[in-house]
Design a protein. Sequence first.
Length: 399
Amino acid sequence: MFEHLEKYAGDPIFRLNGEFHQNTHPRKVNLTIGLYYDDAGCIPVLPSVRTAEQRRASKAEPRPYLPMEGLASYRDAVQRLVFGADHQALQTGRVATIQSVGGTGALKVGADLLHAAFPDSEIWISDPAWDNHHSIFRGAGVKTHTYSYYDPATKSLRFDQMLAELRVLPPKSFVLLHPCCHNPTGVDLSQEQWLELIPVLAERGLIPFMDMAYQGFGAGLDEDAFAIRAMADAGLVFLVANSFSKNLSFYGERCGGLSVVCGSAQEAQDMLGQLQAVVRRIYSSPPWHGGQITSDVLNDPALYALWVREVADMRARIAIMRRQAHEQLRAKLPDYDSSYFVKQRGMFTYTGLSMPQLLALRERHGVYIIDSGRIAIPGLNTGNINDFTDAMADVLRAG
């Protein structure tokens, strides 16, 4: 009955991650998957989360279905975190927010919503991008395109070209943007560039969809939301997906949010109903446990303060690994420009390594980087950073 269906080749990152675990190299290094690891190479259970879970576990609670839009306390906390507690968009009730099934679930709900509202509109996604962005929107019936973003020659942003391409898009086109910690390149717009881009989006009548999966891993929780708050200041109507997988180290609990910034409080109220309708058609209700714990951490002043420090510690460790990689490569290979390690930010760095170099890293050194050359920086630690830079220097010398 189903022989006509195209076979699914599997996710290339998960497949390569599986190959890493089968490799017997004694000093192997896994830089494939986008997970935050501590310096011991473990996915941390944050003390703020552990405390919240212990409190919940101390009393028996029923587990009813949550409302389609999720916990009210969760949604309020998402709005404060993403927009800032005092932002006028919140004060005037112009934001509709739901608790979503991770950041991916937020993207799916947003994609279905946009396609229903504007069935002829298409979406433009950065080149390169997280592959699943294209899959999610195509799965919702939205045709996808790319806009210029990353310059492999300079390992930096092609901002002028990006701006020129967005200036000629049809009105009501969707544009997927990363407020911070761009996946996969680690190359972000500066605040000045965002302030130059936002009027273009407004003038062309484009609909931005902001995907913020790594809030707090760039410059800080508030700093990383600069573009979102600036768009709301400018009066744009747009969507924001956010995720707690990384910054709460809560991957499997699938906690995220989708917010739609509207033109008025009445429009936001109506939009919440539209979001509920989309959710009902997909998964009906978001997770209870993850939602309660996330809400507890974000709404308890002491736990929230602890969490802010934990995010700062994770951000600092990523920055330290970037700096050490840059310094060690500069010492081992003086003619090689490794400054991109410290210029890019967040969990990922684009190396520009060729496929033969990537294969040499895997086969000779047990260092696993995905085929695009993207490195997941948290896979580096004080125990393997020297092995990594030795391996990089070896394959780079060979050309």
